[in-house]
Design a protein around this ligand. Structure first.
Ligand SMILES: Nc1nc2c(ncn2[C@@H]2O[C@H](COP(=O)(O)OP(=O)(O)OP(=O)(O)O)[C@@H](O)[C@H]2O)c(=O)[nH]1
Ligand SMILES: [Mg+2]
Length: 623
């Protein structure tokens, strides 16, 4: 069936009611699903085939509480369902998704949407939770009261959308009624909406008063101003400890495997450019980054766990006051949190912030949140320079340093926010955080396994794609032109990359970076973790004597001073060494000027902070 004649369905519903989970189930795709509001910020399209073989296009949309849009993501939803999206007709059918345990809130949007004049179906999602809470919903009565078919769904189960699919078949086989013109004047006011919802629910739903008891009991502790904070810090500390403690074994295994491979290739191939490319460029460079896969997976394991259980919005709630004092709105929390995985989705998630000033401020500081690409850099240098010692018998020093680096990013972001929002104080205003706290949910193992698999793949693909390509390029630039006959020094110093490194070295000398580090910093403009691969290649090529250089960590520990290592760590807390992030800033903030501001302020901050760190460490270590 061609795309022009297939019916188009749009999923409309409140945030966090399970639209994307349903979309994934129907279309077999894997869009991001998590237990907090504001996950989806874009329109996504997919295809479904009903049991009777009919095809339809489905649109997943950002969640919204009302059809009067307040923020950029809500505007997308509004424009799609009202047919105002450029180049797109109104959908043929609205599939309203409602969280069955929150009908009081969710039905308001359904009633509002009736004025759009588009045929509708109501899906009562999270029906498993509703049943567990002892809710009894009379779908026939609800359907009669609303004047639309009502089905139940459990979008996290494989067969959880069968009723909806059967309903779609029934609707499509009889032909959807044509859409009516929108009747904007018919949208009831807030009070009238509330009254209607109450009347409908009184008739069709019986609640069990104890349903929120569990979540409420837990929240008394989790949201407590003191104990909640203690728990939050404890959770984060544990997470960073685990990144080092749990990863040691698999990392050793990968490192040994990479080392073995290097030796095998070196032993079996004749000396020459190809052997050097494979051993020094590919294996030493790319293998050096691959080693960090276990740590990245552990970090994401915790992020997914926190995301899926419903803890994250509570952390946002706890942080709200603190964020308010530096001029950030509570809305910034989720985008900033996403930035810990990667600043790109974080910057995109700022679409949920309705005020431009708040949004710009969030975009400005999102790159300061420690993204997962920094982890290899941090982990390499920490493992090389920070002793693996326990502190107070409870913490591991390496984990504490990692925690401190994350904290440095957060505190700097707060400081920048404070300074910037001070300047625009005249129009400043605080929006209190109005966010729904979802019920706690047991994290789904399938969700987490899938997420980890995906994250692992993204990392491996990056290693095998951009990082590999850059390493081949770097190997080439570091090997040619070859030194003249009779040259006794290090061949790499005569190469293009070596000369460029020497040329730029004076600029970075005040930070304690030598020409080799400078050579590695240049390709790392594309992505931060490239610096690890690049150092691997540069050191492998400049290793004197024959054979392969030892593991990068050992080489670095041997040749750098502590001051240089700390200075480079601090450099990476701030430096905007990621083209993808800068591109996202340009896209979302709309212009080169904003991108230039972000780039310039981050480089300035990186330079200043690295310089201070270098100087202080030198003084402190007495050299
Ligand atoms: N138990 C249960 N959990 C569900 C069900 N449907 C979705 N979830 C969970 O509910 C949470 C929210 O799901 P999403 O699909 O991200 O919600 P959404 O409506 O797309 O949210 P936004 O994109 O923020 O508007 C996730 O943790 C899902 O795993 C369901 O039927 N039963
Ligand atoms: Mg979604």
């Amino acid at each position: 069936m061609s795309s022009t004649s297939a019916p188009r369905l749009a999923l409309l519903g409140n945030p966090n009611c399970g639209k994307t989970a349903l979309f994934n189930l129907l279309t077999g795709t894997r869009q991001k699903v998590a237990n907090y509001a504001g996950v989806t910020v874009e329109r996504k399209a997919g295809w479904i085939t009903t049991p009777q073989g009919r095809q339809a296009q489905v649109l997943d949309l950002p969640g919204t509480y009302s059809l009067v849009p307040l923020s950029h993501d809500e505007t997308i939803t509004h424009d799609v369902v009202t047919g105002r999206q450029a180049g797109e007709a109104r959908p043929d059918l609205l599939v309203c998704v409602a969280d069955a345990t929150h009908l009081q809130l969710n039905l308001r949007l359904v009633l509002e949407a009736q004025a759009l004049g588009v045929p509708m179906v109501l899906v009562l999602n999270m029906f498993d939770v509703a049943q567990a809470q002892g809710l009894s919903i009379d779908t026939a009565r609800l359907s009669a009261a609303l004047g639309m078919p009502v089905v139940t769904a459990i979008s996290v189960r494989k067969d959880g959308a069968l009723a909806l699919l059967a309903q779609l078949d029934a609707l499509l086989s009889s032909g959807l009624p044509p859409a009516q013109p929108a009747r904007d004047a018919d949208i009831p006011g807030p009070d009238a909406l509330n009254a209607r919802v109450c009347a409908i629910l009184a008739d069709a739903v019986q609640t069990d008063a104890s349903r929120w008891a569990f979540t409420d009991r837990v929240d008394r502790w989790v949201l407590h101003p003191l104990w909640g904070m203690v728990l939050l810090v404890g959770v984060l500390l544990f997470m960073f400890q685990a990144v080092f403690a749990w990863a040691a074994l698999p990392m050793d295994a990968i490192e040994a495997g990479v080392g073995w491979l290097g030796e095998q290739v070196a032993a079996r191939m004749a000396d020459g450019p190809l052997r050097s490319l494979l051993v020094d460029g590919v294996i030493a460079g790319v293998g050096g980054v691959l080693v960090f896969l276990p740590q990245i997976l552990i970090l994401f394991f915790f992020i997914f766990l926190l995301e899926d259980s419903g803890y994250l919005p509570r952390a946002a709630f706890l942080m709200d006051r603190l964020m308010g004092t530096v001029g950030l709105s509570g809305r910034s929390f989720i985008p900033l949190l996403s930035s810990f995985a990667c600043a790109v989705p974080g910057i995109m998630a700022t679409r949920t912030i309705s005020h431009w000033r708040d949004r710009w401020l969030t975009i400005l500081i999102a790159p300061l949140m420690t993204c997962s690409a920094r982890l290899p850099v941090y982990a390499l240098l920490i493992a090389a320079f920070i002793p693996d010692r326990s502190v107070a018998g409870l913490f591991n020093l390496q984990g504490l340093v990692l925690f401190a680096l994350y904290l440095a990013g957060i505190l700097s972001a707060m400081a920048v926010a404070f300074i910037v929002s001070r300047r625009g104080q005249a129009q400043g205003r605080q929006t209190p955080l109005l966010m729904e706290l979802p019920a706690y949910r047991f994290p789904s193992a399938r969700n987490i396994a899938r997420g980890l698999w995906e994250r692992g793949w993204i990392f491996v693909r990056r290693v095998g794609g951009i990082i590999l390509a850059l390493m081949v390029l770097l190997w080439f630039l570091s090997s040619y032109p070859a030194p003249p006959d009779g040259f006794t020094g290090n061949a790499i110093e005569m190469s293009l990359a070596g000369r460029l490194g020497h040329l730029l070295a004076p600029l970075f000398a005040p930070l304690g970076f030598d020409w080799r580090i400078v050579v590695a910093l240049i390709p790392a403009m594309a992505a931060r973790e490239v610096v690890v691969a690049a150092l691997g290649t540069v050191y492998a090529l400049s290793a004197t004597g024959d054979g392969v250089a030892g593991a990068l960590g050992a080489v670095v520990a041997d040749q750098w001073s502590l001051a240089t290592a700390l200075s480079l760590l601090v450099w990476f807390v701030y430096a905007p060494q990621c083209i993808a992030t800068l591109a996202a800033v340009r896209r979302e903030a709309g212009g080169w000027k904003s991108t230039a501001i972000v780039t310039a302020y981050l480089f300035a901050l990186a330079y200043a902070a690295a310089w201070i760190t270098y100087r202080i460490t030198l003084l402190w270590s007495g050299s």
